[in-house]
Ligand binder design. Structure first.
Ligand code: IPE
Ligand code: IPE
Ligand code: MG
Length: 254
C-alpha cells in the first residue's frame, strides 16, 4: 500500500530528478514538546520518517541521499538524549539492514571517526561492508559530522601529502580537494532540505553545498512524510539553475 502510494506520487514527477539530496532532519524535540512528550519521543517518531523517506528516495530513483543524523556540536546535549540517540542509531541500522540491502541500498558513513563511540562505528562499518556491492540508492549517513572539521581534516591530509612529496600545492584543485573530504566520490548535493523552519546550515556540507538549491519547510521532521519529500523535489524541479552563467538550466540539470 505504502509502496503503491510512493509509486503513485512519483508518477507525477516529470523532469529531472536531483541526483543527490541532503537533508537536515530538524525539529524532533519541538515536535515532542508541543505534545508534552519527552524529546526522545520525537526522535523515535523521526526514525519512522527516515524509513519512509529512504524508501521513497529509493523508489524514485534518487542516486544519493545524505542524512544529517548527528553533528559534532550535538555532543553538548544532555547525556541521556545523546545516549538515546546512539542506541537508536545502532538498533535501527541493525534492524533495517537486511531490508535495505534487499532494496539495493548502499551505505556510506561521513564524519569524524575520532570521538565517535565504537559501537556506532562498528554498526556503520558493518552496514557499509554488507551493502558495498549494491547499486541502488547510496545512503550517506552524516554522523559526528562537522563541515569545518571535515575541511580541516582534508587540509591536514593534503599538508601531510605535500610534506612527504606525494603531491604539490599546485596540484591541489577542486577535484583533489573534494577527494579528501568524507564525501569522496559522491556528487555534490543538488538539493538541500531543512525541516523545522530554521534557515541555517548548522555546519553541514559547507564545501559540497556551494551550488545546491535550498528548500526550507516549517514542518518538523516527524511530520515530513514522503508527500512532503515529493513536494520538495517538485519545488526543486521548478528552479532555474544558472551556475553563474546566463542560461537557466532546469532543476536537476547538473
Ligand atoms: C533533530 O531534531 C535531530 C537531531 C539533531 C539529532 P532536534 O533534536 O534538533 O529537534 P529540535 O530542533 O530541538 O526541535
Ligand atoms: C542540525 O540540527 C544537526 C542535525 C539535524 C543532526 P541542530 O538542531 O543541531 O541545529 P541547530 O543547533 O538548531 O543549529
Ligand atoms: Mg534542532
Amino acid at each position: 500500500m505504502a509502496q503503491e502510494r510512493t509509486a503513485g506520487l512519483t508518477k507525477n514527477l516529470s523532469g529531472d530528478l536531483p541526483r543527490h539530496i541532503a537533508i537536515i532532519m530538524d525539529g524532533n524535540g519541538r515536535w515532542a514538546k508541543e505534545r508534552g512528550w519527552p524529546r526522545t519521543q520525537g526522535h523515535l517518531e523521526g526514525v519512522k520518517r527516515v524509513d519512509e523517506v529512504v524508501k521513497a528516495a529509493s523508489d524514485m530513483g534518487i542516486k544519493a541521499l545524505t542524512l544529517y543524523t548527528f553533528s559534532t556540536e550535538n555532543w553538548t546535549r544532555p547525556e541521556a538524549e545523546v545516549s538515546m540517540l546512539m542506541q537508536t542509531l545502532v538498533s535501527v541500522i541493525a534492524q533495517k539492514l537486511k531490508k535495505l540491502h534487499a532494496n539495493g541500498v548502499r551505505f556510506r558513513f561521513s564524519g569524524r571517526r575520532e570521538g565517535a563511540p565504537s559501537a556506532v562505528l562498528e554498526t556503520f562499518d558493518r552496514a557499509v561492508e554488507y551493502t558495498r556491492d549494491n547499486t541502488g540508492l547510496l545512503l550517506n549517513i552524516a554522523f559526528n559530522y562537522g563541515g569545518r572539521l571535515e575541511i580541516l581534516d582534508a587540509v591536514r591530509a593534503l599538508a601531510r601529502e605535500c610534506m612527504s612529496n606525494v603531491t604539490t600545492p599546485e596540484a591541489i584543485d577542486e577535484k583533489v580537494f573534494s577527494d579528501h573530504l568524507y564525501t569522496k566520490g559522491i556528487p555534490d548535493p543538488d538539493l538541500l532540505i531543512r525541516t523545522s523552519g530554521e534557515k541555517r546550515l548548522s555546519n553541514f556540507l559547507l564545501w559540497q553545498l556551494s551550488y545546491a538549491e535550498f528548500y526550507f519547510t516549517d514542518k518538523y521532521w516527524p511530520d515530513f512524510t514522503p508527500d512532503e519529500f515529493v513536494k520538495a523535489v517538485r519545488d526543486y524541479q521548478s528552479r532555474g539553475r544558472r551556475f553563474g552563467g546566463v542560461e537557466a538550466l532546469k532543476g536537476g540539470a547538473s
